[in-house]
Write a protein that binds this ligand. Structure first.
Ligand code: NAP
Length: 284
Protein backbone atom coordinates (compact mmCIF):
# COMPACT_ATOMS: atom_id res chain seq x y z
CA UNK A 1 0.00 0.00 0.00
CA UNK A 2 1.06 3.57 -0.71
CA UNK A 3 0.27 6.26 1.85
CA UNK A 4 0.15 9.98 1.08
CA UNK A 5 0.16 12.45 3.97
CA UNK A 6 -1.45 15.88 3.64
CA UNK A 7 -3.82 14.15 1.22
CA UNK A 8 -6.49 16.83 1.63
CA UNK A 9 -4.12 19.62 0.59
CA UNK A 10 -3.74 20.94 -2.95
CA UNK A 11 -0.65 18.91 -3.79
CA UNK A 12 -1.91 15.84 -1.91
CA UNK A 13 -5.16 15.76 -3.89
CA UNK A 14 -3.27 15.93 -7.18
CA UNK A 15 -0.98 13.10 -6.06
CA UNK A 16 -3.94 10.91 -5.12
CA UNK A 17 -5.65 11.58 -8.48
CA UNK A 18 -2.47 10.68 -10.35
CA UNK A 19 -1.92 7.57 -8.20
CA UNK A 20 -5.45 6.37 -8.92
CA UNK A 21 -4.59 6.27 -12.63
CA UNK A 22 -1.86 3.74 -11.85
CA UNK A 23 -2.88 1.62 -8.87
CA UNK A 24 -6.19 0.30 -7.51
CA UNK A 25 -7.89 2.55 -4.97
CA UNK A 26 -7.65 -0.21 -2.36
CA UNK A 27 -3.85 0.18 -2.49
CA UNK A 28 -3.95 3.91 -1.77
CA UNK A 29 -4.10 5.39 1.73
CA UNK A 30 -5.04 9.05 2.06
CA UNK A 31 -3.68 10.27 5.38
CA UNK A 32 -5.26 13.44 6.70
CA UNK A 33 -5.40 15.36 9.94
CA UNK A 34 -9.08 15.93 9.17
CA UNK A 35 -10.31 12.65 7.62
CA UNK A 36 -13.79 14.12 7.15
CA UNK A 37 -12.31 16.35 4.43
CA UNK A 38 -11.53 13.19 2.41
CA UNK A 39 -15.05 11.73 2.29
CA UNK A 40 -15.06 11.93 -1.50
CA UNK A 41 -11.90 9.80 -1.64
CA UNK A 42 -13.33 7.21 0.75
CA UNK A 43 -16.39 6.97 -1.50
CA UNK A 44 -14.05 6.05 -4.35
CA UNK A 45 -12.51 3.18 -2.40
CA UNK A 46 -9.40 4.97 -1.12
CA UNK A 47 -8.55 4.13 2.49
CA UNK A 48 -8.75 7.29 4.54
CA UNK A 49 -6.81 7.32 7.80
CA UNK A 50 -6.23 9.97 10.42
CA UNK A 51 -2.63 11.15 10.62
CA UNK A 52 -1.90 14.42 12.40
CA UNK A 53 1.79 15.33 12.45
CA UNK A 54 1.25 16.96 15.84
CA UNK A 55 -0.42 13.88 17.32
CA UNK A 56 2.25 11.16 17.11
CA UNK A 57 -0.20 8.59 18.51
CA UNK A 58 -2.18 8.80 15.24
CA UNK A 59 0.84 8.02 13.05
CA UNK A 60 1.59 4.40 13.99
CA UNK A 61 -1.94 3.14 13.29
CA UNK A 62 -2.05 5.17 10.06
CA UNK A 63 1.07 3.41 8.80
CA UNK A 64 -0.06 -0.16 9.49
CA UNK A 65 0.54 -2.36 6.45
CA UNK A 66 2.00 0.51 4.39
CA UNK A 67 5.01 -0.12 2.11
CA UNK A 68 5.65 3.32 0.66
CA UNK A 69 5.03 6.75 2.12
CA UNK A 70 4.92 10.19 0.57
CA UNK A 71 5.46 12.70 3.35
CA UNK A 72 4.10 15.99 2.05
CA UNK A 73 5.70 18.73 4.08
CA UNK A 74 3.43 20.40 6.60
CA UNK A 75 2.04 23.86 6.01
CA UNK A 76 2.64 24.83 9.65
CA UNK A 77 5.88 26.75 9.17
CA UNK A 78 7.96 26.77 12.36
CA UNK A 79 6.52 23.49 13.68
CA UNK A 80 7.58 21.40 10.72
CA UNK A 81 10.92 19.95 11.78
CA UNK A 82 9.33 18.42 14.88
CA UNK A 83 6.18 17.32 13.05
CA UNK A 84 8.14 15.64 10.27
CA UNK A 85 10.46 13.99 12.79
CA UNK A 86 7.40 12.32 14.30
CA UNK A 87 6.41 10.91 10.91
CA UNK A 88 9.95 9.68 10.26
CA UNK A 89 10.01 7.93 13.62
CA UNK A 90 6.64 6.27 12.97
CA UNK A 91 7.76 5.20 9.49
CA UNK A 92 10.93 3.70 10.96
CA UNK A 93 8.94 1.75 13.52
CA UNK A 94 6.53 0.55 10.82
CA UNK A 95 9.48 -0.57 8.68
CA UNK A 96 8.28 1.08 5.46
CA UNK A 97 10.22 0.22 2.30
CA UNK A 98 10.37 3.78 0.95
CA UNK A 99 9.93 7.23 2.46
CA UNK A 100 9.60 9.98 -0.15
CA UNK A 101 9.63 13.54 1.14
CA UNK A 102 8.63 16.80 -0.57
CA UNK A 103 11.58 19.01 0.29
CA UNK A 104 12.68 22.33 -1.18
CA UNK A 105 14.98 23.07 -4.09
CA UNK A 106 18.67 22.76 -3.11
CA UNK A 107 17.67 22.11 0.52
CA UNK A 108 21.24 21.38 1.58
CA UNK A 109 22.65 24.70 0.37
CA UNK A 110 19.68 27.04 0.05
CA UNK A 111 19.95 30.22 2.11
CA UNK A 112 16.18 30.67 2.21
CA UNK A 113 14.80 30.71 5.75
CA UNK A 114 12.14 28.22 4.61
CA UNK A 115 14.85 25.69 3.75
CA UNK A 116 16.03 25.16 7.34
CA UNK A 117 13.14 22.89 8.34
CA UNK A 118 13.48 20.91 5.12
CA UNK A 119 17.20 20.43 5.69
CA UNK A 120 16.52 19.24 9.25
CA UNK A 121 13.91 16.80 7.94
CA UNK A 122 16.22 15.42 5.28
CA UNK A 123 18.85 14.87 7.98
CA UNK A 124 16.33 13.07 10.20
CA UNK A 125 15.30 10.85 7.31
CA UNK A 126 18.88 9.93 6.46
CA UNK A 127 19.57 9.23 10.14
CA UNK A 128 16.55 6.87 10.29
CA UNK A 129 18.25 4.46 7.90
CA UNK A 130 15.04 4.12 5.85
CA UNK A 131 15.29 4.00 2.06
CA UNK A 132 14.33 7.53 1.03
CA UNK A 133 13.72 9.83 -1.93
CA UNK A 134 14.04 13.60 -1.62
CA UNK A 135 11.71 15.39 -4.00
CA UNK A 136 13.18 18.87 -3.71
CA UNK A 137 10.33 20.88 -5.15
CA UNK A 138 10.96 24.34 -6.55
CA UNK A 139 8.35 27.08 -6.41
CA UNK A 140 4.81 26.41 -7.57
CA UNK A 141 3.77 28.55 -10.55
CA UNK A 142 0.46 28.73 -8.70
CA UNK A 143 2.14 30.86 -6.02
CA UNK A 144 1.85 33.63 -8.62
CA UNK A 145 -1.22 32.62 -10.61
CA UNK A 146 -3.62 31.27 -7.99
CA UNK A 147 -4.81 34.66 -6.89
CA UNK A 148 -4.46 36.88 -9.93
CA UNK A 149 -7.51 39.02 -9.03
CA UNK A 150 -5.69 41.60 -6.88
CA UNK A 151 -2.74 41.67 -9.30
CA UNK A 152 -5.05 42.40 -12.22
CA UNK A 153 -6.92 44.99 -10.15
CA UNK A 154 -3.73 46.80 -9.12
CA UNK A 155 -2.03 46.39 -12.46
CA UNK A 156 1.18 44.95 -11.03
CA UNK A 157 2.87 42.11 -9.23
CA UNK A 158 5.00 43.23 -6.33
CA UNK A 159 7.99 41.64 -4.69
CA UNK A 160 11.72 41.81 -4.07
CA UNK A 161 12.85 39.12 -6.49
CA UNK A 162 14.57 41.58 -8.83
CA UNK A 163 15.85 39.92 -11.97
CA UNK A 164 16.17 36.51 -10.30
CA UNK A 165 15.30 33.58 -12.54
CA UNK A 166 12.58 31.38 -11.06
CA UNK A 167 12.32 27.82 -12.38
CA UNK A 168 8.79 27.28 -11.08
CA UNK A 169 6.56 24.39 -12.15
CA UNK A 170 2.92 23.51 -11.65
CA UNK A 171 1.76 21.51 -8.66
CA UNK A 172 0.45 18.91 -11.10
CA UNK A 173 3.95 18.38 -12.50
CA UNK A 174 5.40 17.93 -8.99
CA UNK A 175 2.55 15.51 -8.22
CA UNK A 176 3.35 13.50 -11.34
CA UNK A 177 7.00 13.31 -10.27
CA UNK A 178 6.00 12.03 -6.83
CA UNK A 179 3.80 9.36 -8.39
CA UNK A 180 6.58 8.32 -10.79
CA UNK A 181 8.79 7.72 -7.76
CA UNK A 182 6.09 5.94 -5.73
CA UNK A 183 5.09 3.59 -8.54
CA UNK A 184 8.48 3.16 -10.23
CA UNK A 185 11.66 1.42 -9.20
CA UNK A 186 15.29 2.32 -8.64
CA UNK A 187 14.66 5.61 -6.82
CA UNK A 188 15.97 4.52 -3.41
CA UNK A 189 18.26 7.10 -1.79
CA UNK A 190 18.03 9.50 -4.72
CA UNK A 191 17.81 13.27 -4.47
CA UNK A 192 15.86 15.06 -7.20
CA UNK A 193 16.04 18.81 -7.78
CA UNK A 194 12.61 19.48 -9.29
CA UNK A 195 12.03 22.64 -11.30
CA UNK A 196 10.38 23.91 -14.45
CA UNK A 197 12.16 23.64 -17.78
CA UNK A 198 12.01 27.36 -18.55
CA UNK A 199 12.88 29.75 -15.74
CA UNK A 200 11.31 33.21 -15.82
CA UNK A 201 11.84 36.53 -14.08
CA UNK A 202 8.98 38.36 -12.41
CA UNK A 203 9.03 40.89 -15.28
CA UNK A 204 8.64 38.04 -17.77
CA UNK A 205 5.76 36.63 -15.74
CA UNK A 206 4.12 40.06 -15.79
CA UNK A 207 4.59 40.25 -19.56
CA UNK A 208 2.93 36.85 -20.05
CA UNK A 209 -0.03 37.76 -17.84
CA UNK A 210 -0.37 41.09 -19.70
CA UNK A 211 -0.39 39.32 -23.06
CA UNK A 212 -3.12 36.91 -22.02
CA UNK A 213 -5.21 39.25 -19.88
CA UNK A 214 -5.18 42.00 -22.51
CA UNK A 215 -4.12 44.50 -19.87
CA UNK A 216 -0.71 45.84 -18.96
CA UNK A 217 0.56 44.29 -15.73
CA UNK A 218 3.90 45.48 -14.40
CA UNK A 219 6.35 44.20 -11.86
CA UNK A 220 6.88 46.51 -8.94
CA UNK A 221 10.25 45.49 -7.48
CA UNK A 222 10.49 46.85 -3.95
CA UNK A 223 13.28 47.12 -1.39
CA UNK A 224 12.72 44.32 1.18
CA UNK A 225 11.50 46.65 3.94
CA UNK A 226 8.91 48.20 1.63
CA UNK A 227 7.74 44.79 0.43
CA UNK A 228 7.42 43.66 4.05
CA UNK A 229 5.34 46.75 4.89
CA UNK A 230 3.17 46.27 1.79
CA UNK A 231 2.44 42.64 2.70
CA UNK A 232 1.57 43.53 6.27
CA UNK A 233 -0.57 46.36 4.85
CA UNK A 234 -2.72 43.86 2.95
CA UNK A 235 -3.14 41.67 6.03
CA UNK A 236 -0.29 39.16 5.85
CA UNK A 237 0.89 38.40 9.43
CA UNK A 238 4.34 39.94 10.09
CA UNK A 239 6.31 36.71 10.64
CA UNK A 240 4.89 35.12 7.50
CA UNK A 241 5.50 38.31 5.53
CA UNK A 242 9.13 38.11 6.66
CA UNK A 243 9.37 34.57 5.29
CA UNK A 244 7.94 35.69 1.94
CA UNK A 245 10.32 38.65 1.75
CA UNK A 246 13.28 36.43 2.63
CA UNK A 247 12.27 33.99 -0.11
CA UNK A 248 12.12 36.81 -2.66
CA UNK A 249 15.46 38.28 -1.61
CA UNK A 250 17.01 34.85 -2.07
CA UNK A 251 15.16 34.35 -5.37
CA UNK A 252 16.85 37.54 -6.57
CA UNK A 253 20.16 35.77 -5.89
CA UNK A 254 19.09 32.71 -7.91
CA UNK A 255 17.93 30.40 -5.10
CA UNK A 256 14.86 29.30 -7.07
CA UNK A 257 16.68 28.64 -10.34
CA UNK A 258 17.74 25.19 -11.47
CA UNK A 259 18.60 23.48 -14.73
CA UNK A 260 19.02 19.86 -13.60
CA UNK A 261 16.18 18.59 -15.81
CA UNK A 262 15.23 16.12 -13.05
CA UNK A 263 11.53 17.02 -13.19
CA UNK A 264 11.14 16.51 -16.92
CA UNK A 265 13.06 13.24 -16.73
CA UNK A 266 10.91 11.89 -13.89
CA UNK A 267 7.62 12.78 -15.56
CA UNK A 268 8.80 11.73 -19.01
CA UNK A 269 7.67 14.93 -20.75
CA UNK A 270 8.48 18.64 -20.77
CA UNK A 271 7.17 20.55 -17.77
CA UNK A 272 3.97 22.58 -18.20
CA UNK A 273 4.80 25.92 -19.83
CA UNK A 274 4.20 29.15 -17.93
CA UNK A 275 1.80 30.25 -20.69
CA UNK A 276 -0.41 27.19 -20.09
CA UNK A 277 -0.45 27.77 -16.35
CA UNK A 278 -1.39 31.43 -16.81
CA UNK A 279 -4.13 30.47 -19.28
CA UNK A 280 -5.55 27.94 -16.81
CA UNK A 281 -5.52 30.55 -14.05
CA UNK A 282 -7.26 33.17 -16.16
CA UNK A 283 -9.97 30.70 -17.19
CA UNK A 284 -11.00 30.09 -13.59
N1 NAP B 1 6.92 24.70 -3.51
C1 NAP B 1 6.14 25.74 -3.19
O1 NAP B 1 6.06 26.76 -3.89
C2 NAP B 1 5.30 25.65 -1.95
C3 NAP B 1 4.37 26.65 -1.68
C4 NAP B 1 3.58 26.51 -0.54
C5 NAP B 1 3.74 25.43 0.30
N2 NAP B 1 4.66 24.47 0.00
C6 NAP B 1 4.87 23.27 0.85
O2 NAP B 1 4.30 22.17 0.15
C7 NAP B 1 3.27 21.56 0.97
C8 NAP B 1 2.13 21.09 0.08
O3 NAP B 1 1.65 22.20 -0.67
P1 NAP B 1 0.08 22.42 -0.85
O4 NAP B 1 -0.07 23.45 -1.87
O5 NAP B 1 -0.60 21.12 -0.99
O6 NAP B 1 -0.31 23.05 0.58
P2 NAP B 1 -1.73 22.98 1.29
O7 NAP B 1 -2.83 22.93 0.28
O8 NAP B 1 -1.73 24.07 2.31
O9 NAP B 1 -1.71 21.55 2.03
C9 NAP B 1 -1.00 21.35 3.20
C10 NAP B 1 -1.46 20.02 3.75
O10 NAP B 1 -0.76 19.80 4.98
C11 NAP B 1 -1.72 19.33 5.90
N3 NAP B 1 -1.30 19.56 7.27
C12 NAP B 1 -1.02 20.74 7.86
N4 NAP B 1 -0.73 20.54 9.15
C13 NAP B 1 -0.84 19.19 9.36
C14 NAP B 1 -0.71 18.38 10.49
N5 NAP B 1 -0.42 18.90 11.70
N6 NAP B 1 -0.87 17.04 10.35
C15 NAP B 1 -1.18 16.51 9.15
N7 NAP B 1 -1.35 17.24 8.04
C16 NAP B 1 -1.20 18.58 8.15
C17 NAP B 1 -2.98 20.10 5.57
O11 NAP B 1 -4.13 19.50 6.13
P3 NAP B 1 -5.59 20.18 6.00
O12 NAP B 1 -6.09 19.77 4.62
O13 NAP B 1 -6.37 19.57 7.08
O14 NAP B 1 -5.41 21.66 6.10
C18 NAP B 1 -2.96 19.99 4.07
O15 NAP B 1 -3.49 18.76 3.65
C19 NAP B 1 2.89 22.65 1.96
O16 NAP B 1 2.35 22.08 3.14
C20 NAP B 1 4.22 23.35 2.20
O17 NAP B 1 5.03 22.63 3.11
C21 NAP B 1 5.43 24.55 -1.12
Amino acid sequence: MILVTGATGKLGRLVIEELLKKVPASQVVAAARNPEKAGDLAARGVQVRKADYSQPETLGPALAGVEKVLLISSSEVGKRAQQHQAVVEAARKAGVRLLAYTSVLHADRSKMALAAEHKATEEAIRASGLPYVFLRNGWYIENYTENLGPTLAHGAFMGSAGEGRIAAATRADYAAAAVAVLTGSGHENKVYELAGDTPFTMAELATEVSRQAGKTIGYNNLPPEQYQAALVGVGVPGPFAAVLVDSDVNAAQGSLDDSSGDLRRLIGRPTTPLADAVAAALKR
